[in-house]
Design a protein around this ligand. Sequence first.
Ligand SMILES: [Zn+2]
Ligand SMILES: [Zn+2]
Ligand SMILES: [Zn+2]
Ligand SMILES: [Zn+2]
Length: 491
Amino acid sequence: MVATKVVPPGTVIFRELPAVVFPNLASNSLWMVCRGCCREIGVFGVAPFVQCSDCGLPLCKSECDFDGTHRDECELLQRASYKFSKREVGSLNVAAFTGLAILRILRWAEKYPVTAKTLYKLAPRSHGMKQELNDAMWSSSRDWVVEKLGLDISEEKLKQAFRVANLATVNLPTSNAPKMGPFKIMGAMVVYAGRSMVSHGCITNVYFTRLEEDVMETVLVSSRELKAGEVLVMDHNARWFKSADYRRTWASEHGVPCPLCADPATLGLHLDSWTCTRKGCRGLVVPLRGADSPDEGGRCQSCGLGMSAEEMESAAWEARRALEALEEAGSLMKASTGERKGAPSLRQWERFLHRYERPRGPLHPMHWIALRAKKELIFTVAGCLGNMNRDHNTEELVRWEGAFRDVLRALDVLAPGYNNMRTNINMQLVKLLCIRLMHLHKDGLRGRKLQVLYDEATSVLKDIKKLPRTVELQEEYAAMEFICETVTTLL
Ligand SMILES: [Zn+2]
Ligand SMILES: [Zn+2]
Ligand SMILES: [Zn+2]
Ligand SMILES: [Zn+2]
């Protein structure tokens, strides 16, 4: 997708509704998911549900059908004269979920053959998923459609739909989904055709966001001014600050040359460089080749010390494992309530950085592992900053501000201009700056230093105001304005 004319920053380029919607896997294998609205109905045998009178698949109530999407798969099932028994409904596995998603995509492709053809061509192979896992999912879902249902569909068509089902989808956030009793929506999986046609890259110039809550419509927004003829680039795997091997997998699938990954120093960010292990040397060991090429070890920029690929890898090992363990703990959800259980605390993230960042550890401030931990730290701090009863101390505020600055500096390179991440961080930054200001005032400080903090807070806020009003912005913005207003009395 290419800009045909100059596009100013913050412009809504297009709005888009999903091409295909299908339910995500149930959070528990015994649980049923409504084929109409994608909600989890509950445990088979306990929760009340109805079976679709035509195909027998579970629905939360009869006639529950989001925009007729169930009707589509239902027609294909009827074509196969397949009707699910009550028993089968309680044991739909991954192959069945994927198989049903494939059916929905096939029906959509029948209606929109031209768009489908483009999408099929663009859908990447495995989006970083392990090839064996991908292959296993493919063969089990194909067998389910062909052998169990007995549908006569060409292997090529099935494979194309599988790729789209498995790979070109967005899991709609569950936070804005209505809860139903103790159960929750695991999230609808959504295929956005237009979004799938935006190029993938590590350095982005556009981003997607939603303007209204509880709607599936998304808008594509320009992050900065786009020149006529410029290719639109977004990060389809919006996992911020990725390892070189992870970025490499994605880039190879999308077949796009990436200026960031081709440069061993990642455009000065040094995402993949390590602090030199030679005593007294403060240099960085930079990979000899970029992420676009296989690893060949590295060399210290300052003392020339060489490191083999294995040594580079083992330098990363401990910090990487520790990061993954914390992230995993943060992503575990309590199946019944959707709460995060055991999410790492602010202190845990602080301890992580204290331990693995230099001078104690091998991470320099802009290493991808350090940045990812800082991003988590910032979102944990956010909860803390909102608590006006908590007494923050100056050292921690300064430390947190450092993390904010590092992540924003990385974003200046990776995602210059507007994007959801920067906006969220900036919102918290305004709060942090105002709290810092109050602290300094309490310590008896007056004058220029306070003014500098205030000026930055208000200019960040003014910049956010220019953006299209997204769900995230609406409420927070008013709160930030109020805080800024309050601190003016201290100036
Ligand atoms: Zn329903
Ligand atoms: Zn049906
Ligand atoms: Zn890249
Ligand atoms: Zn060195």
